[in-house]
Design a protein around this ligand. Structure first.
Ligand code: PEP
Ligand code: MG
Length: 582
């Protein structure tokens, strides 16, 4: 009998194959006392275990193919760095000495203390750090307990085409298994922001997370199907279910390979309206892909990733060099650099102490432009570097999370000051550089006309605009159900921002996730959006929908949309439009 288990879809695609269950055995750690005379031996046993764990991670990193993106090896490097951190390398030794206990127990006590600190911080980014601590500690414990290497860390062919099922996966597991040719991942824990999810998307492997207790219903070698689009795991499918998914797998494959043809095609609706389709980028690996998918430039470069996994913020030179690298990869395509958007769920070490503590409502706190204006020492080097980079290629500046026009006036004043400083030092920059703002706070959306008069362009950040309009924390699972891009309030705000831009004769783009969600493309075209900035992975799919849409024919549907009273009604109206999508 086919069993279906619903999880959270994190990476699209269909995989059919035999399951391989990864057992991260429960490590049985017990305390025992040691005598003073055994202390030195126990301390060196601990030191050796750290050295062995380091060695294992280096070996895993050595297995990563050169073609794998840098952010993946960065996950392993994070674990290696943790093995250098005194909280893991020295603190347990202090506990061993103090309690005269075994190394495993000391390490366990230290892990519990660290995890408690992370647990108190209700923050998505920091909670992934908690997982990192667990993964690294378990690796050391396995060495101390003389456990055999995990089966999936033994390099051979036994995982090829297998579907991996685990409680959770470490970044190292994920990378290794991908290298061994696995077909998909499914985990019981983790959410859309977990490392497994990020890696699966980045590696293009179908994946589902949050399949609570699923391992009770499967055993090794069972045949399963993973539908990464719906988040469904099917165990022991009957013949007709299997052939349905085999057919669907072929269709999906055909569909994605057919999109490649669109790379050099213009982006234009069926009734001849040209649309600008640009890319959202974050990490160095994204720089090259912009041209690979035929994007017309970068509509959102999230620079906060420059600040992650480091002790101190990047200086002006590092900003400048990075922007030059992006410009080089773009070879003449325009680059919109979004200034620092740290705070809320984007806490990083690399901003030093400047962010301050995480407060109880971080999303409503000192974030993005608010933080930058409060900390000019953090902001000025970035603005100066952007201006300098503008002498080397087409660059625009985009300010996140504007709430009132005074913030914008302060930014413009800072830019003027930096420009005269550059003039005084005979340093080149584009004196006509365009400065735009993200409209993602309802106050700014309602007053978009005011911003449109002062700015060169607007970009709608729907991720935050929806969060703030619906009064929900975008990283809180419990209120995720209210995250509705189709809520009439959201659609009214989007419509009025687009109109404000039109009236002021300035471009309006959308760079939030909604712009890259295929089920919303036609709606957005109908509402008047003419510029989309999306992830490179979804760009060609969005182009295909745009090129197949007759915008003029959407007008009666849009009238109906404006008269609906709920997101669910809009969804029903859109379903008819979206029927031919894969
Ligand atoms: C947004 O809020 O829609 C956006 C694009 O910015 P971020 O997701 O980086 O906050
Ligand atoms: Mg935002």
């Amino acid at each position: 009998m086919t069993i279906s288990i619903q999880g959270v879809s994190v990476s699209r695609g269909i995989a059919i194959g035999q399951i391989h269950i990864v057992q991260h055995d429960q490590l049985d750690v017990r305390e025992y006392s040691i005598r003073n005379s055994q202390l030195e031996d126990e301390l060196s046993r601990f030191n050796n275990a750290i050295a062995d764990a380091r060695q294992q991670l280096r070996a895993i990193r050595g297995h990563i193919p050169v073609s794998t993106s840098v952010d993946i090896s960065a996950f392993i490097d994070t674990h290696l760095l943790m093995l250098e951190d005194i909280t893991l390398t020295e603190e347990p030794k202090r506990i061993i000495k103090e309690r005269l206990c075994n190394a495993e127990w000391a390490l366990k006590l230290q892990r519990d203390a660290l995890v408690n600190v992370f647990n108190e911080m209700a923050d998505a980014y920091l909670s992934t750090r908690r997982d990192d601590v667990d993964h690294v500690v378990n690796r050391i414990l396995r060495v101390l307990l003389k456990q055999k290497p995990l089966l999936h860390e033994v390099p051979d062919d036994h995982l090829k085409n297998r579907i991996i099922m685990a409680d959770d996966l470490t970044p190292a597991d994920t990378v290794l298994m991908q290298h061994y040719g696995i077909a998909a991942f499914a985990t019981e824990f983790g959410g859309p922001t977990s490392h497994t999810a990020i890696l699966a998307r980045s590696l293009g492997i179908p994946a589902i997370v949050g399949l609570h207790s699923a391992r009770r219903f499967v055993k090794n070698d069972d045949l399963v199907i993973i539908d990464g689009s719906t988040g469904m795991l099917l165990v022991d499918p009957d013949k007709s279910t299997k052939s349905f998914y085999e057919k669907r797998q072929r269709e999906v494959k055909r569909y994605y390979s057919s999109l490649g043809k669109l790379k050099n095609a213009p982006t234009e609706s069926k009734d001849g309206i040209p649309i600008i389709l640009t890319a959202n980028i974050e990490l160095p690996k994204d720089f090259e892909t912009v041209r690979d998918v035929g994007a017309k430039g970068v509509g959102l470069y999230r620079t906060e990733f420059l600040y992650m996994n480091r002790e101190s913020p990047p200086d002006e030179e590092e900003h400048f060099e990075t922007y030059l690298n992006v410009l080089k990869a773009l070879r003449g395509l325009p680059l919109t650099i979004r200034t620092l958007d740290l705070g809320a769920d984007k806490q990083v070490d690399g901003a030093g102490s400047q962010i301050g503590q995480v407060r109880s409502n971080p999303a409503l706190g000192l974030r993005a432009i608010r933080l930058c204006l409060k900390e000019p020492g953090l902001f000025r080097p970035q603005l100066r570097a952007i201006l300098r980079a503008s002498a080397h290629g087409p660059v625009k500046i985009m300010i996140p999370m504007l709430t009132n026009i005074e913030e914008m006036q302060q930014v413009l004043q800072m830019l003027e000051d930096i420009k005269s400083d550059l003039d005084n030092n005979s340093i080149d920059y584009d004196s006509d550089i365009k400065v735009g703002g993200m409209i993602e706070v309802p106050a700014a959306a309602i007053c978009a006309d005011i911003f449109a008069k002062k700015l060169d362009f607007l970009s709608i950040g729907t991720n935050d605009l929806i969060q703030y309009t619906m009064a929900i924390d975008r990283v809180n699972d419990e209120v995720n159900y209210l995250y509705d891009p189709l809520h009439p309030a959201v659609l009214r705000l989007i419509t009025s921002i687009i109109k404000a831009g039109k009236k002021a004769n300035i471009p309006v783009s959308m760079c939030g996730e909604m712009a890259g969600e295929r089920e919303h493309t036609q709606l957005l075209l109908g509402l008047g959006l003419r510029e989309f900035s999306v992830h490179t992975a979804s760009l060609l799919e969005i182009k295909k929908i745009i090129n197949n849409t007759n915008i003029d024919e959407l007008s009666s549907l849009i009238k109906k949309v404006h008269n609906t009273s709920s997101g669910a009604e809009v969804n029903l109206l859109l379903q008819r439009l979206n029927t031919d999508q894969i």
